[in-house]
Design a protein around this ligand. Structure first.
Ligand code: NDP
Length: 342
C-alpha cells in the first residue's frame, strides 16, 4: 500500500468511479472506495484490474447516500474525496424525489463528513445537465462552465434536477462553511468509452437496447459526448492541481445524436444493421406519441436542440486532450462486444 493517505471515491460500483479508481491507483494512490453492498467489492477489484490498476491498493467501506452510517469511517484520515455516487436510472421515477433526495442529501452528507474529517479537496461528479438547461438563452448560445441549469423549469427530468440541485447545494455548502474542503466540480457530457465489466451504466445500456432492436426509429436528440477515460483523468487532475479549487470543468468533445450512436454500432457490427434505428422521427410525431407514452415526455425539450459548447477550460486548466465523440462511442460499442454483451 502507498504510505500517503487514501483518496476516497464514493459510488465505486459505477462506470465512472471504476475508471477513476484505476487512474488513481496507476498514479500511486491508495484508494478507499465506498459501495452499498460489500458483496460487490470483488467485482470492483476485477474491473479496476482489467483497467490496469493494482487491486492491492484498494480498500472498501459500506455507505449509502440515504443514511449517515459509514461516511465518517469512509473519509477518516483522508485529504481528498471524489464523490461520484448518485442515482442515474435508465427510466425516470414517478416521484422525482426518489433521485433528487439521494443526490442532494447524499452530497451534503459526504461533504459534512469530509468537513468533520478536515478533508482538503472535494471533487464532485456533477454533469453537463447541470449546465445546459438555463432559461431564455438564444439558440446560438455557446455553453460553458459559466452556465447553470435552472432547476425550477417545469420541463426537466428528475435526473437533470437531481444533478443541478446537488451541485448547487455543494457550492452553497462550501461558501457557508469556512472549514469545508476546497470544491472542484466535473461536469461530464454523456459518458462513452469502454465498459469495464457487465454491470452496465445507463450509458452502455442504451447500446444493448439498440442492439436488441428496441428503437426502430430515433427521436432527434443530441448528446454532448465525453469519454470515460477523459472523465477519469479530469477527476484525477482536479484532485492534484491547486488551481482547480473553486472551478467547474465541462468535459466533452463534440456531440452525437441518438441516430448517429446507432450508426456507429452498425458500422462496427454490420450484422446489427437491421436492429439499430433506421430513421429519425419527425419532432411532430414524437410530440404526438408523448400524449400516450409518458417516457417520451421527458425528451420533448431536447427535440432538435443543438447545444454548442466549449471545452476550452478543461483542456487549458487541466491540461487534457480530449478524445472525440466518435472515438468515445466506438470504444463503448467495442467494449460491449469484448464483454459479449451485444
Ligand atoms: P452508474 O449507475 O454506473 O453509477 C452510479 C453509482 O452511484 C453506483 O455506484 C451506485 O451504486 C451509486 N449510487 C446510486 N444511488 C446510491 C445511494 N443511494 N447510495 C450510495 N450509492 C449510490 O453511473 P455512472 O458511473 O455513469 O455515473 C457516476 C456519476 O457520474 C453519477 O454522479 C452520474 O450522475 C455522473 N454522470 C454520468 C454520466 C453518464 O453519462 N454516465 C454523465 C454525466 C455525469 P449501486 O451500484 O449500489 O447502485
Amino acid at each position: 500500500m502507498s504510505d500517503r493517505p487514501p483518496v476516497v471515491v464514493t459510488g465505486s460500483t459505477g462506470l465512472v468511479a471504476k475508471h477513476i479508481i484505476a487512474e488513481l491507483v496507476k498514479r500511486g494512490h491508495a484508494v478507499r472506495a465506498t459501495l452499498r453492498r460489500m458483496e460487490k467489492a470483488d467485482d470492483v477489484r476485477r474491473a479496476v484490474k482489467r483497467l490496469g490498476g493494482e487491486a492491492a491498493q484498494l480498500e472498501f467501506v459500506v455507505a449509502d447516500l440515504e443514511q449517515r452510517a459509514g461516511w465518517d469511517e469512509a473519509v477518516a484520515g483522508s485529504q481528498i474525496v471524489i464523490h461520484t455516487a448518485s442515482p442515474f436510472p435508465m427510466a425516470q421515477p414517478d416521484n422525482p424525489e426518489d433521485v433528487i433526495r439521494p443526490a442532494r442529501d447524499g452530497t451534503l452528507r459526504v461533504l459534512e463528513a469530509a468537513t468533520r474529517a478536515a478533508v482538503q479537496r472535494f471533487v464532485l461528479t456533477s454533469s453537463s445537465v447541470a449546465i445546459f438547461y438555463g432559461r431564455d438563452l438564444p439558440s446560438d448560445h455557446i455553453y460553458s462552465e459559466a452556465d447553470f441549469t435552472d432547476e425550477t423549469r417545469t420541463d426537466l427530468t428528475p435526473y437533470i434536477k437531481s444533478k443541478t440541485i446537488a451541485e448547487k447545494a455543494a457550492w452553497d455548502f462550501v461558501q457557508k462553511n469556512a472549514a469545508a474542503p476546497q470544491l472542484a466540480v466535473i461536469n461530464p457530457g454523456f459518458v462513452q468509452g469502454p465498459a469495464p465489466d457487465a454491470d452496465l451504466s445507463t450509458s452502455h445500456e442504451l447500446y444493448r437496447l439498440m442492439a436488441r432492436g428496441v428503437y426502430p426509429a430515433a427521436p432527434r436528440i443530441r448528446f454532448p459526448v465525453a469519454d470515460v477515460r477523459d472523465v477519469a483523468l479530469a477527476h484525477a487532475e482536479a484532485t492534484e492541481r491547486p488551481d482547480a479549487a473553486g472551478n467547474r470543468f465541462l468535459v466533452g468533445s463534440g456531440q452525437l445524436t441518438l441516430f448517429e450512436l446507432g450508426r456507429i454500432l452498425a458500422r462496427e457490427y454490420p450484422e446489427l444493421s437491421s436492429k439499430v434505428p433506421k430513421f429519425e422521427l419527425p419532432d411532430a410525431a414524437v410530440r404526438a406519441l408523448a400524449y400516450v407514452d409518458k417516457r417520451m415526455r421527458t425528451i420533448l425539450p431536447e427535440l432538435g436542440a443543438t447545444k454548442d459548447y466549449t471545452n476550452a477550460h478543461v483542456t487549458s486548466a487541466l491540461g487534457l486532450r480530449l478524445r472525440d465523440a466518435d472515438e468515445a462511442a466506438t470504444a463503448a460499442v467495442r467494449s460491449l462486444r469484448d464483454l459479449r454483451l451485444i
